[in-house]
Design a protein around this ligand. Structure first.
Ligand code: NAD
Length: 294
């Protein structure tokens, strides 16, 4: 299938490579020319703009930081809609505000272009392996038609409801991940202060009820003092802000999330915005004047 792929960052690059491996014909665009060149070396065709990338493509995949970037790349000057044909389908795999997804779908529909919101979970390692979890919102018939395209990048693809439902699901995911990393950091600092080796604590609890995918992904990183992204604190702040807005908009509350969001703002002020979200451990280390591991 002829596919345009826009947004070749930490996640977009390996996802685009997996579409190539699955035999799709890919035209790529990113604001960063180096990222385009890397994909051209892997077999894709480069382009000068989102408009050019979208011309003559059945599917346009976007993997961009947040709502304004997706709106700019699709609907702005030089955006994909200027090149897209009627009947084309945008699969937006970025994590953005659910309300923005609905606004984008509305604008695209006026031009005869379809839209699915299909954010992902799993991070860079699973993007490379092609084993992401994808949560998809939009028309069910459209989902059925393009599920196999998404499956080239994922081991789990789940239809969750109308447009915006994908991003509501992703916000729920991000709340759970943020709170888990904060809880893990709080617990490992407690162990250290109480004189028990945090490595032993991790090994002892990972097979029990406290064990989780988050614990297994992030505790080893913290114990090795590895704060390289992965998933940047700045992007998690974006997700939790979208979660807060969405929550208040529907009359819900996120008391724990708001606390972890404040911790992340504090980390950004300390210069850790580009660190992995496992840097929540650094917040607790500063608070308690201790270090979880040497
Ligand atoms: P990133 O910052 O590494 O990549 C974003 C890319 O978009 C960059 O290459 C940038 O140059 C490009 N870009 C920005 N605006 C553009 C525009 N208007 N036109 C063309 N290109 C543009 O981000 P990422 O980590 O790859 O994340 C992408 C999305 O996936 C985000 O919404 C993020 O929340 C989500 N996500 C990330 C992870 C992760 O672990 N990194 C995991 C799950 C979901």
């Amino acid at each position: 299938m002829k596919i345009a792929f826009i947004g070749l960052g930490i996640m977009g690059k390996p996802m685009a490579k997996n579409l190539l491996k699955a035999g799709h014909e890919l035209t790529v665009y990113d604001n960063n020319a180096d990222a385009i060149n890397e994909l051209v070396d892997a077999g894709a065709t480069g382009s000068e703009s989102s408009t050019e990338a979208a011309k003559g493509k059945e599917v346009i995949v976007t993997m961009l930081p947040n709502s304004p970037h997706v709106k700019a790349a699709l609907l702005g000057e030089g955006g994909a809609v200027e090149g897209a044909e009627k009947g084309a389908t945008v699969i937006d795999m970025s994590s953005i505000a659910p309300l923005a997804s609905r606004e984008i779908a509305y604008e695209l529909a006026k031009l005869g272009v379809n839209y699915l919101d299909a954010p992902v979970s799993g991070g860079e390692p699973k993007a490379v392996e092609g084993t992401l979890a994808v949560m998809v919102g939009g028309d069910k018939t459209l989902f059925d038609k393009y599920e196999s395209v998404i499956s080239a990048m994922a081991s789990s693809v789940t239809y969750v409801g109308e447009v915006g439902a994908g991003n509501v699901t992703k916000l729920a995911n991000q709340v759970i991940v943020a709170l888990n990393i904060a809880a893990m950091s709080e617990a490992l600092v407690l162990a250290k202060k109480a004189g028990v080796d945090p490595r032993s604590v991790y090994q002892a609890i990972r097979g029990g009820l406290a064990g989780s995918t988050v614990l297994d992904a992030k505790a080893p990183m913290v114990l090795e003092r590895n704060f390289e992204p992965g998933f940047r604190i700045d992007l998690h702040i974006k997700d939790l802000c979208n979660a807060m807005d969405t929550s208040h908009g529907v009359g819900s509350q996120l008391p724990l999330t708001s606390q972890v969001l404040e911790m992340m703002y504090s980390l950004r002020e300390d210069g850790h915005g580009s660190c992995d979200h496992d840097a929540l451990a650094l917040y607790y280390e500063k608070l308690t004047n201790t270090q979880i591991a040497e």
